[in-house]
Ligand binder design. Structure first.
Ligand code: ADP
Ligand code: ZN
Length: 731
């Protein structure tokens, strides 16, 4: 008899031990089905032991092994264990996240009983009975959905699949998808590169390649202006790693928004690339996962979760736009894909490259302190100038007579560009029509019923929407509190689009935000038309800040940014700086120089003044100084604890209880240096119908934080509490 230490895919804290009478060889990394309470669950084998580590009489035997070959390698197990301990998340949740591509329910799938069936009731029981009654024990998911009118069908199916009781497979095989995905018809292939690297690029490639050849772990910060040729450096170094027989991961913030980057990788590495992201259909995702696992692709380009790609011989991991907050997962496991990438490189003696035009304060610090090696690309390629940035002070320059949100200077520069047949991109940080609403009589603001957030007016639907939870209701014209007319002020993308079309009636205007860009095809359509110069003016949210690299764009206008600057968060200035640099970087990428106009009420704020003067190092250095004085990361490690409840009183009570737990842990473990901030109402004080209380813990000792946070996690049995290690914001 052997004993298996399992990470069980259920809400259990640590590992569970089960007995097993089969072969020891090859069992580690396989999934097994096990009894858990009255139910069946799936777990993955972390290790195999000769003796149980719990009293023998408590050990139950597994039901069966679900895999013929391990789905996790020893390296992936090590990675998962690190994520689990660093981000304080149950190993079962971490490993089920790593293996998520194997568990998605496809709507065109087939459900099939796989054998051992325990007792199930409710929806799960109905599904099993239904399948049992079918010849061969299988049915189309579509039919299951049609015939079984029970609650919780979807989650029951997922639970049964997870428990290994049913298998979900695809109706049609996924052949042919590959080509369509890698080179969508509407996506023009980028010209194959006969590019001659400039001196700084060549130097960067040489250093990274050298490190790859050495086979020692090293992390580089590739700090290069927008359009300085970073992607070209990535491509050359991936080539280098491949020729050394090594695998590569390239992380990008959002595939959907970076078609150009992705297509450059696919056109160079062709079928050797797997494109891997959450937008894939479940069938495609599983197909890609297996292709990677079987050595059918040696380069994985993907979003956050691609950091867990099942490659075998990792030599290089690249994280593009490393500051991007989408690398941080917002639910358990709350990992940062960037930091996980660096860790994964370290356990593989591999090279990590984190790249950006605006490094995060943390990465900049790591480069300065020598933990990372800094590689600088100072200039744009081909001697192209950076766009000239003009800042309009709205306190003095707004042409008030028009009651518009465009200054004369903004319109003048924009007009010059578009009348000359060039293209313009306008950025505004809010979708919808008006920025805010209020009653001028009594001050009432229409807020979401679920969140403490003002609703935003959307002209196309004639409704008010909550940008957090999606709540929507008909527009309110009369103040419900006092009966006077409600005012809608400020600008969102829809209103900017409206007004711009009045200024430029004969220009082709398009809007890009999540209201219009509900799928990838639409985005590619706008992308192609922008490229073909069929769009003169593009109005959008952050979505316009990332992927567009078009020579025709010579004007970039930032209509408003102050709302982001005013967020009560230690990172809001850093955010604004990064956003502005990124969006400004869209201008002047061709032969014609670009120009940028930023409108703001805070022209003297360094996040704006330093963008204007391209003082990135100075900005980051000053931020570091502020962070040091105030005790924020990277000088102190930070953990944010959020306690939520539908009742405000319960949220407060629970937060006090959490505070007691913190104090106890501090006392028992004799922790000396710790800051405890709160509990207090979180800046976003109510979201999705729950009141939110926040406690922030800071310390120079990560170990101290971990001890306390582990105690707090245990409160999860009694309350809705989340623990975020290295939070990207504290809202
Ligand atoms: P970044 O990723 O830093 O924004 P890219 O790698 O996308 O920059 O380069 C910007 C543009 O310049 C791309 O169209 C790329 O093909 C081109 N490019 C890159 N390096 C060179 C070079 N050395 N000479 C000429 N063009 C280059
Ligand atoms: Zn809401």
């Amino acid at each position: 008899m052997k004993y298996l230490k399992l990470a069980v895919f259920a809400n259990v804290e640590g590992f569970l031990t089960y007995s097993y009478s089969g072969e020891e060889k090859g069992i580690t990394g396989c999934r097994v089905s096990v009894p858990l309470g009255k139910k069946t669950a799936t777990g993955v084998v972390i290790s195999c032991m000769d003796r149980p580590d719990i009293p023998a009489e408590k050990v139950k035997e597994i039901n069966r092994v679900l895999d013929i070959y391990p789905v996790l390698t020893a390296e992936m197990i090590k990675l998962g264990l690190w994520v689990s301990s660093y981000y304080l998340c149950a190993p079962g949740i971490v490993f089920s996240t790593m293996l998520a591509p194997l568990y998605r329910v496809a709507s065109d799938g087939i459900l099939k009983l796989t054998g051992a069936v325990g007792k199930f009731d409710g929806a799960a029981g109905e599904i099993i009975n239904y399948l049992k009654a079918k010849p061969g024990g299988w049915a189309k998911l579509k039919d299951v959905n049609r015939h079984l009118k029970v609650r919780g069908l979807k989650s029951a199916i997922a639970a049964l699949a997870k428990a290994g009781v049913i298998a979900i497979s695809e109706k049609e095989k996924t052949k042919g998808i590959k080509n369509k995905r890698e080179k969508p018809a509407s996506m023009p292939e980028e010209a194959a590169a006969d590019i001659v690297l400039n001196a700084e690029q060549a130097g960067a490639v040489m250093q990274i390649s050298g490190a790859i050849s050495e086979g020692k772990h090293k992390t580089f910060l590739l700090f290069g202006a927008t359009g300085s040729g970073k992607t070209e450096v990535y491509i050359r170094t991936v080539k280098k790693a491949l020729s050394a027989g090594l695998d590569c991961i390239v992380l990008v913030p959002e595939i959907f928004l970076t078609p150009q980057t992705v297509s450059r990788f696919s056109s160079v590495f062709r079928e050797n690339v797997a494109i891997y992201h959450s937008g894939l259909k479940p069938s495609e995702r599983m197909h890609e996962w297996e292709r990677i696992k079987n050595g059918g692709a040696h380069v994985v380009v993907g979003t956050r979760s691609a950091v867990f790609a099942p490659l075998k011989k990792l030599g290089l991991i690249i994280v593009d736009e490393e500051f991007d907050t989408s690398y941080k997962q917002e639910n358990d496991p709350r990992y940062s894909a960037r930091d996980t990438a660096v860790y994964r490189a370290s356990i593989n003696s591999a090279v990590a490259v984190v790249g950006s035009a605006t490094p995060s304060v943390e990465s900049f610090y790591n480069a300065q302190s020598g933990k990372y090696t800094m590689l600088r690309l100072h200039d744009r390629v081909m001697g192209r100038p950076m766009p000239n940035i003009h800042v309009v002070d709205l306190k003095t320059d707004l042409n008030k007579s028009r009651d518009l949100f465009f200054s004369d200077e903004f319109i003048r520069q924009m007009r010059e560009a578009v009348e000359a047949g060039e293209q313009a991109i306008l950025f505004i940080n809010r979708r919808g029509y008006s920025g805010y609403n209020y009653c001028p009589e009594c001050g009432h603001i229409e807020k979401c019923v679920n969140c403490d957030i003002p609703l935003v007016y959307h002209s196309h639907t004639g409704s008010l929407k909550c940008h957090y939870c999606g709540f929507e209701k008909k527009t309110v014209l009369i103040c419900p509190a006092c009966g006077k007319p409600v005012f809608y002020k400020g600008a969102g993308t829809q209103r900017v689009e409206d007004v711009v079309s009045k200024f430029f009636p004969d220009k082709k205007i398009e809007r890009v935000d999540i209201d219009t860009m509900d799928d990838r095809e639409r985005y590619l359509d706008v992308y192609t038309r922008l490229k073909n110069r069929e769009i003169d003016i593009l109005v959008g949210t952050q979505m316009v800040a990332k992927g567009f690299d078009f020579p025709g764009v010579t004007f970039v206008g930032v209509v408003a940014i102050d709302a982001v600057l005013n967020l009560p968060d230690f990172r809001s200035e850093e955010r604004v700086f990064q956003l502005l640099m990124q969006v400004a970087g869209r201008a002047g990428r061709g032969d014609k120089p670009g120009r940028v106009v930023i409108q703001t009420f805070n022209p003297e704020n360094p996040a704006i003044a330093d963008v204007k003067a391209y003082r990135t190092e100075e900005f980051l250095t000053a931020q570091l100084k502020l962070r040091k004085e105030a005790g924020y990361p990277p000088f102190k490690k930070m953990v944010q604890v959020i306690i939520q409840d539908v009742s405000f009183e319960t949220a407060v009570d629970n937060a006090m209880r959490a505070l007691e737990t913190v104090k106890q842990a501090v006392k028992i473990s004799k922790i000396r240096s710790i800051d405890i901030l709160g509990p207090s109402e979180a800046p976003l004080s109510r979201l999705r119908n729950k009141y939110r209380q926040s406690i922030i813990l800071r310390s120079t000792e990560r170990q101290a934080l971990n001890i306390i946070a582990a105690e707090l996690k245990k409160l999860g049995r009694f309350m809705d509490i989340s623990v975020t290690v290295d939070p990207v914001n504290t809202l």
